[in-house]
Design a protein around this ligand. Structure first.
Ligand code: PEP
Ligand code: MN
Length: 261
Protein backbone atom coordinates (compact mmCIF):
# COMPACT_ATOMS: atom_id res chain seq x y z
CA UNK A 1 0.00 0.00 0.00
CA UNK A 2 1.23 3.50 -0.91
CA UNK A 3 -0.26 6.04 1.47
CA UNK A 4 -0.88 9.74 0.86
CA UNK A 5 -0.34 12.38 3.53
CA UNK A 6 -3.12 12.83 6.08
CA UNK A 7 -1.94 16.39 6.77
CA UNK A 8 -4.73 18.85 6.05
CA UNK A 9 -3.79 22.20 4.44
CA UNK A 10 -1.90 24.46 6.85
CA UNK A 11 -0.88 21.67 9.22
CA UNK A 12 2.85 21.10 9.36
CA UNK A 13 4.59 17.76 9.67
CA UNK A 14 6.20 18.59 13.00
CA UNK A 15 5.76 15.84 15.60
CA UNK A 16 3.57 15.33 17.46
CA UNK A 17 0.57 15.87 15.22
CA UNK A 18 -2.10 16.57 17.84
CA UNK A 19 -5.82 15.85 17.71
CA UNK A 20 -7.72 16.85 20.86
CA UNK A 21 -11.23 17.35 22.10
CA UNK A 22 -13.82 15.68 24.28
CA UNK A 23 -14.74 12.02 24.25
CA UNK A 24 -18.27 13.14 23.35
CA UNK A 25 -19.88 16.31 22.13
CA UNK A 26 -22.34 17.11 24.95
CA UNK A 27 -23.64 20.65 24.56
CA UNK A 28 -23.06 23.51 22.14
CA UNK A 29 -21.32 25.43 24.90
CA UNK A 30 -19.04 22.54 25.89
CA UNK A 31 -17.96 22.06 22.27
CA UNK A 32 -17.34 25.78 21.71
CA UNK A 33 -15.55 26.39 25.03
CA UNK A 34 -13.29 23.36 24.66
CA UNK A 35 -12.50 24.21 21.02
CA UNK A 36 -11.63 27.82 21.84
CA UNK A 37 -9.35 26.78 24.70
CA UNK A 38 -7.62 24.19 22.52
CA UNK A 39 -7.21 26.59 19.61
CA UNK A 40 -5.60 29.08 22.00
CA UNK A 41 -2.97 26.47 22.87
CA UNK A 42 -2.20 25.84 19.20
CA UNK A 43 -4.13 22.59 18.59
CA UNK A 44 -5.34 22.46 14.98
CA UNK A 45 -7.59 19.40 14.85
CA UNK A 46 -10.60 18.97 17.15
CA UNK A 47 -12.11 15.59 17.99
CA UNK A 48 -15.55 14.78 19.42
CA UNK A 49 -17.68 11.65 19.28
CA UNK A 50 -21.30 12.25 18.32
CA UNK A 51 -22.32 8.58 18.02
CA UNK A 52 -20.96 6.68 21.02
CA UNK A 53 -20.51 2.90 20.96
CA UNK A 54 -21.50 2.08 24.53
CA UNK A 55 -21.01 -1.32 26.07
CA UNK A 56 -24.59 -1.47 27.39
CA UNK A 57 -27.79 0.26 26.30
CA UNK A 58 -29.32 2.98 28.39
CA UNK A 59 -26.24 5.18 28.83
CA UNK A 60 -25.43 8.35 26.92
CA UNK A 61 -25.22 7.25 23.29
CA UNK A 62 -24.18 10.58 21.81
CA UNK A 63 -26.03 13.64 20.59
CA UNK A 64 -26.06 12.52 16.96
CA UNK A 65 -25.95 14.68 13.85
CA UNK A 66 -27.06 17.90 15.53
CA UNK A 67 -23.71 17.98 17.36
CA UNK A 68 -22.00 18.14 13.96
CA UNK A 69 -23.58 21.58 13.53
CA UNK A 70 -22.00 22.72 16.80
CA UNK A 71 -18.65 21.42 15.58
CA UNK A 72 -18.93 23.37 12.34
CA UNK A 73 -19.75 26.49 14.37
CA UNK A 74 -16.62 25.83 16.43
CA UNK A 75 -14.66 25.42 13.19
CA UNK A 76 -15.89 28.82 11.97
CA UNK A 77 -15.02 30.43 15.27
CA UNK A 78 -11.56 28.87 15.79
CA UNK A 79 -10.31 27.78 12.35
CA UNK A 80 -9.66 24.27 13.69
CA UNK A 81 -10.38 21.20 11.57
CA UNK A 82 -13.12 18.89 12.85
CA UNK A 83 -12.99 15.10 13.24
CA UNK A 84 -15.45 12.48 14.44
CA UNK A 85 -15.98 8.72 14.66
CA UNK A 86 -18.08 6.91 12.07
CA UNK A 87 -19.39 3.37 12.40
CA UNK A 88 -22.14 3.07 9.76
CA UNK A 89 -23.09 4.25 6.27
CA UNK A 90 -25.47 6.78 7.83
CA UNK A 91 -22.73 8.24 10.00
CA UNK A 92 -20.51 8.70 6.96
CA UNK A 93 -23.26 10.46 4.98
CA UNK A 94 -24.05 12.75 7.89
CA UNK A 95 -20.40 13.58 8.64
CA UNK A 96 -19.76 14.39 4.97
CA UNK A 97 -22.98 16.40 4.71
CA UNK A 98 -21.85 18.62 7.57
CA UNK A 99 -18.33 18.97 6.16
CA UNK A 100 -16.37 17.10 8.84
CA UNK A 101 -12.71 17.19 7.77
CA UNK A 102 -11.31 13.91 9.08
CA UNK A 103 -12.95 10.64 10.13
CA UNK A 104 -11.89 7.84 12.40
CA UNK A 105 -13.13 4.29 12.79
CA UNK A 106 -13.46 3.16 16.41
CA UNK A 107 -11.96 0.07 18.00
CA UNK A 108 -15.20 -1.91 18.12
CA UNK A 109 -16.01 -1.10 14.50
CA UNK A 110 -12.48 -1.92 13.35
CA UNK A 111 -13.07 -5.45 14.67
CA UNK A 112 -16.07 -5.90 12.36
CA UNK A 113 -15.20 -6.47 8.68
CA UNK A 114 -18.81 -5.93 7.53
CA UNK A 115 -18.95 -2.50 9.17
CA UNK A 116 -15.51 -1.50 7.86
CA UNK A 117 -16.49 -2.62 4.35
CA UNK A 118 -19.72 -0.62 4.55
CA UNK A 119 -17.77 2.51 5.54
CA UNK A 120 -15.22 1.88 2.77
CA UNK A 121 -17.96 1.45 0.14
CA UNK A 122 -19.68 4.64 1.29
CA UNK A 123 -16.41 6.59 1.07
CA UNK A 124 -15.59 5.50 -2.50
CA UNK A 125 -14.47 8.57 -4.46
CA UNK A 126 -14.37 10.83 -1.39
CA UNK A 127 -11.13 12.66 -0.63
CA UNK A 128 -10.88 12.64 3.16
CA UNK A 129 -8.28 11.40 5.65
CA UNK A 130 -9.39 8.38 7.67
CA UNK A 131 -7.75 7.02 10.81
CA UNK A 132 -8.37 3.44 11.89
CA UNK A 133 -8.14 2.53 15.54
CA UNK A 134 -6.75 -0.86 16.44
CA UNK A 135 -9.48 -3.50 16.84
CA UNK A 136 -10.36 -4.13 20.51
CA UNK A 137 -8.76 -7.55 20.25
CA UNK A 138 -5.01 -7.86 19.66
CA UNK A 139 -5.23 -9.00 16.03
CA UNK A 140 -2.73 -7.23 13.78
CA UNK A 141 -4.04 -8.91 10.61
CA UNK A 142 -7.58 -7.69 11.34
CA UNK A 143 -6.21 -4.14 11.77
CA UNK A 144 -4.31 -4.41 8.47
CA UNK A 145 -7.42 -5.89 6.83
CA UNK A 146 -9.39 -2.80 7.82
CA UNK A 147 -6.69 -0.61 6.26
CA UNK A 148 -6.85 -2.67 3.07
CA UNK A 149 -10.64 -2.34 2.86
CA UNK A 150 -10.35 1.46 2.92
CA UNK A 151 -7.34 1.48 0.61
CA UNK A 152 -9.08 -0.73 -1.94
CA UNK A 153 -11.99 1.73 -1.93
CA UNK A 154 -9.54 4.43 -3.03
CA UNK A 155 -8.95 6.05 0.37
CA UNK A 156 -5.19 6.66 0.39
CA UNK A 157 -5.03 9.31 3.12
CA UNK A 158 -4.89 6.69 5.83
CA UNK A 159 -3.45 6.54 9.31
CA UNK A 160 -3.88 4.40 12.40
CA UNK A 161 -4.58 5.04 16.06
CA UNK A 162 -3.11 2.80 18.75
CA UNK A 163 -5.65 2.79 21.63
CA UNK A 164 -4.66 -0.43 23.36
CA UNK A 165 -6.29 -3.86 23.55
CA UNK A 166 -8.98 -5.35 25.78
CA UNK A 167 -7.79 -7.52 28.60
CA UNK A 168 -9.25 -9.37 31.55
CA UNK A 169 -5.95 -8.95 33.44
CA UNK A 170 -5.84 -6.53 36.35
CA UNK A 171 -3.43 -3.84 35.17
CA UNK A 172 -2.96 -0.10 35.57
CA UNK A 173 -4.17 0.30 32.01
CA UNK A 174 -7.74 0.39 30.77
CA UNK A 175 -6.53 -1.26 27.57
CA UNK A 176 -3.15 -3.02 27.38
CA UNK A 177 -0.73 -1.14 25.14
CA UNK A 178 0.93 -4.27 23.71
CA UNK A 179 3.45 -1.95 22.03
CA UNK A 180 4.87 -4.78 19.93
CA UNK A 181 1.70 -4.88 17.81
CA UNK A 182 1.82 -1.26 16.54
CA UNK A 183 5.61 -1.54 16.30
CA UNK A 184 5.21 -4.50 13.93
CA UNK A 185 2.61 -2.54 11.94
CA UNK A 186 5.10 0.34 11.66
CA UNK A 187 7.81 -2.05 10.53
CA UNK A 188 5.60 -3.40 7.76
CA UNK A 189 4.26 0.01 6.68
CA UNK A 190 6.96 2.57 7.49
CA UNK A 191 5.14 5.47 5.82
CA UNK A 192 1.81 4.86 7.58
CA UNK A 193 1.10 7.67 10.09
CA UNK A 194 0.50 6.32 13.59
CA UNK A 195 -1.09 8.21 16.45
CA UNK A 196 -1.21 7.11 20.07
CA UNK A 197 -4.43 7.48 22.07
CA UNK A 198 -3.06 7.62 25.62
CA UNK A 199 -6.56 8.41 26.93
CA UNK A 200 -8.10 5.05 26.02
CA UNK A 201 -4.92 3.06 26.75
CA UNK A 202 -4.49 4.59 30.20
CA UNK A 203 -8.06 5.22 31.22
CA UNK A 204 -6.81 7.78 33.73
CA UNK A 205 -5.42 11.31 33.61
CA UNK A 206 -2.16 10.52 35.35
CA UNK A 207 -1.02 8.08 32.66
CA UNK A 208 -1.40 10.47 29.71
CA UNK A 209 2.05 12.05 29.95
CA UNK A 210 4.00 8.81 30.33
CA UNK A 211 2.18 7.07 27.48
CA UNK A 212 2.55 10.09 25.21
CA UNK A 213 6.30 10.24 25.88
CA UNK A 214 6.62 6.51 25.19
CA UNK A 215 4.80 6.94 21.87
CA UNK A 216 7.06 9.81 20.87
CA UNK A 217 10.13 7.74 21.81
CA UNK A 218 8.84 5.08 19.42
CA UNK A 219 8.66 7.70 16.66
CA UNK A 220 4.88 7.87 16.49
CA UNK A 221 3.49 10.61 14.25
CA UNK A 222 1.12 12.07 16.81
CA UNK A 223 -1.34 11.89 19.66
CA UNK A 224 -5.12 11.95 19.99
CA UNK A 225 -5.99 13.08 23.49
CA UNK A 226 -9.41 13.39 25.14
CA UNK A 227 -9.66 16.97 26.35
CA UNK A 228 -12.66 18.60 27.98
CA UNK A 229 -13.27 22.11 29.35
CA UNK A 230 -14.56 20.52 32.59
CA UNK A 231 -13.39 16.88 32.73
CA UNK A 232 -15.06 16.04 36.03
CA UNK A 233 -18.44 16.87 34.50
CA UNK A 234 -17.90 14.81 31.33
CA UNK A 235 -20.77 12.58 30.22
CA UNK A 236 -18.39 9.80 29.12
CA UNK A 237 -14.81 8.74 29.96
CA UNK A 238 -14.42 11.39 32.65
CA UNK A 239 -11.50 9.72 34.49
CA UNK A 240 -9.26 10.00 31.44
CA UNK A 241 -10.13 13.47 30.14
CA UNK A 242 -7.86 16.43 30.82
CA UNK A 243 -8.29 20.17 30.46
CA UNK A 244 -6.78 22.05 27.50
CA UNK A 245 -4.35 23.65 30.01
CA UNK A 246 -3.24 20.20 31.23
CA UNK A 247 -2.77 19.11 27.62
CA UNK A 248 -0.58 22.14 26.95
CA UNK A 249 1.50 21.33 30.00
CA UNK A 250 1.97 17.73 28.81
CA UNK A 251 2.89 18.83 25.28
CA UNK A 252 5.41 21.31 26.71
CA UNK A 253 7.01 18.56 28.82
CA UNK A 254 7.26 15.90 26.13
CA UNK A 255 10.78 15.49 24.80
CA UNK A 256 11.07 14.72 21.10
CA UNK A 257 14.13 12.56 20.46
CA UNK A 258 14.19 12.23 16.70
CA UNK A 259 17.01 9.73 16.56
CA UNK A 260 15.29 7.00 18.58
CA UNK A 261 13.66 4.33 16.41
C1 PEP B 1 -13.42 7.31 21.56
O1 PEP B 1 -12.45 7.70 20.88
O2 PEP B 1 -14.09 8.06 22.30
C2 PEP B 1 -13.74 5.86 21.55
C3 PEP B 1 -14.98 5.41 21.68
O3 PEP B 1 -12.64 5.13 21.47
P1 PEP B 1 -12.37 3.56 21.16
O4 PEP B 1 -13.04 3.28 19.85
O5 PEP B 1 -10.89 3.54 21.09
O6 PEP B 1 -12.93 2.80 22.32
MN1 MN C 1 -13.74 8.07 24.87
Amino acid sequence: MEFESILLPGIDAKRPLVIAGPCSAETEEQVMTTAKQLAATGVKIFRAGVWKPRTKPGGFEGIGSSALKWMKEAEKETGMYMSTEVATEKHVYEALKYGIDLLWIGARTAANPFAVQEIADTLKGVDIPVLIKNPVNPDLELWIGALERLYNAGIKKLGVIHRGFSTTDKTVYRNLPQWHIPIELKRRFPTLPILCDPSHIGGSRDLIFKLSQQAMDLNYTGLIVETHCSPDDAWSDKAQQITPAALKDILDRIVIRDTVQ
